[in-house]
Ligand binder design. Sequence first.
Ligand code: TYD
Ligand code: MG
Length: 454
Amino acid sequence: MAKVKTKYVCQNCGYSSLRWSGKCPDCDTWSSMTEEIISTGKKKFSGNSSIKVNDGTYNLISEISSVNDSRIKTGISELDRVLGGGIVAGSVILIGGDPGIGKSTLMLQLAEKVKDKKILYVSGEESASQIKLRAERLNFHLKNFYVLSETSLDIIQAVAERENPDLIVVDSIQTVYRPEIESAAGTVSQLRESTALLMFIAKKSSIPVFIVGHITKEGMIAGPKVLEHMVDVVLQFEGERTHSYRILRGIKNRFGSTNEIGIFEMTEEGLKEVLNPSEVFLSQRNYGSSGCVISASLEGTRPVLIEVQALVSSTSYGFPQRTSMGFDYKKLNIIIAVIEKKLGLFLDKNDVFINIAGGIKIDEPAIDLAVAMSIYSSYRDIPVDSDTVILGELGLSGEVRTISYIDKRITEAAKLGFKKIIIPKGNLKNLNLDKYKSEITGVEKIKDAVEKLI
Ligand code: TYD
Ligand code: MG
């Protein structure tokens, strides 16, 4: 009997080696090397020239008929937006997220919305009756919906061929496996080969396939690099589990932009689309408390008003704490340094906590000034006028730098009734101020902002 050969594969990046090591030499992840069996059934490339190339194997681009980009509209406008206008035929869409965030719920709601389509739902996580229970609880009347509780891809492929559905959902990729690959389900080899087979099914039959993937502790879809470049679209479903808001973010999209996000709220009746995010994020505002500042962030192409909350308190254990929720921690430290240097406000004996209300994450510099002002306001315990929106990026020398899409942000703030808007001075010159009902003030330095506000 032939000796079984094994290799060690990094479960994070797919690097393989014959020897085990504690740390992956490629991506530096610890304890990620797992033993996998080397497939023995592979034919060697013989390099012979007996392969016949027929006409039509390759073509001039001008002679290739373009696929008509007919998309299935999902009817969930937040999802359609992120997908770039619907599901493209034969596309493979990976949707990743933490366990319990609502991926399966979203897939079921999608099925409910495209009722007239035939859907094959492959579930390796929940039993068929559990899915039925969930559908009943959500009051869905799914007709053309087939549930396949199976994890072997051979069977899944056979069922897909037999039923020829309009849409396949695989929940989740970590539970399915290809029997001919000897590694366990969920390992990089299995993920890669399973995804490859699903890609093949999708491309051959033009059936779009949704693949649900769990995210690892480090916040990446397991085997991220190997999967992300294979599939057509990568969506990430994120949010704080303790908050009800969920954000669907496009990470990669071969058929549209990745600038879009979809916002949902998890309710008793499943996921609800949030069509007016600004109103939602400001719905529980604290009027007149110090440390609370409103700013406008651009989420995708939509401006969203958010509330930045800061709490500055005296340090009780020698070393001051800085904690940030929803905002970049390093950026917070930079902003604190700028405040200390440019406003002469020393925070070395203070803890600083920052929170973006509603559990949304912002990674945009346009709210820097708002963060700085919220810290200042909390430190001095003087509230910032609750009718004001603050916009601007903060530079290291305390200058307020211009930001993009200023018009969109101002329009959104004005729409929600904010009377005063502080913006970077540099943004003033391209604006027609008469257009807006709100009073718009340009500031050049962080100091000017403090004088205008407090
Ligand atoms: P689920 O879709 O099972 O998450 P995933 O597939 O990403 O692991 O969502 C599970 C969570 O969503 C569960 O903790 C309860 C919550 N939930 C609601 O709050 N309301 C609902 O109507 C549904 C279906 C789920
Ligand atoms: Mg699930």
